[in-house]
Design a binder for this molecule. Sequence first.
Ligand SMILES: *C/C=C(C)/C=C/C=C(C)/C=C/C1=C(C)CCCC1(C)C
Length: 254
Amino acid sequence: MNTLLLSGDFKEMLPNDYVGFTFFVGCMAMMAASAFFFLSMNSFDRKWKTSILVSGLITFIAAVHYYYMRDYWAGSVEVYGLEGGKSPTFFRYVDWILTVPLMCVEFYLILKIAGATKKLMWTLIGASVVMLVTGYFGEAVYQDNAALWGFISGAAYFYIVYLIMFGEAKELATKAGGSVLSAHNMLVKFVLIGWAIYPLGYMIGTADGQWYSFMGDIGIDMNVVYNIGDAINKIGFGLVVYSLAVASTSKDAA
Ligand SMILES: *C/C=C(C)/C=C/C=C(C)/C=C/C1=C(C)CCCC1(C)C
């Protein structure tokens, strides 16, 4: 009896597996947010519909990856114990390489009315891909050189910050003014502060033998840091876009 369950199809979540818990809650939160964005989509003007759709796609793609990551983590804890939980690095980066470019698309979509070009969109997407691919190299492939790859990844990150905070994207947002400008400024804060959570997680996870080894000793699992970052950034980012749609729709109606 129950041999199927015990043979690994059903993974028990240990009550003190707080890392596993954050995967589980992350999955639920992403699902709830997706339902919220998809269901509210049709109450907005056409020009906002696509933006809300993209918000929903970001959290939905994350929900699916969290489902797998939770399973991967729980499975490794089942086999190796709590201390031996394995990071689902591959799923993590596949999620990011799909969702982070979509966040770049959000910048383009809200700035389109001010004349944002596809070139700006592809520049942001390109920089985000460089940031993530080099991050993956440091985290999963060339771990001995994690500091170097992290540095290159960080340079691409700062280039994105530059473009949206001082560069072309900022100029367009200023030109658009009003609720578009305030939404843009809020999204910039997410990238500047919210996205900065990720390099911290990276340093915690790849500290072995690197100059930032002290980060490995702080006793927080890298996955918890990444999971908190994802919840803040994916759901929060979507809510900013949602609020912008609400603000400009009610203004048009009044
Ligand atoms: C929804 C997922 C998001 C918003 C993921 C964002 C990820 C980053 C901003 C990652 C950045 C990294 C660095 C800046 C340096 C170290 C390597 C990374 C990839 C963790």
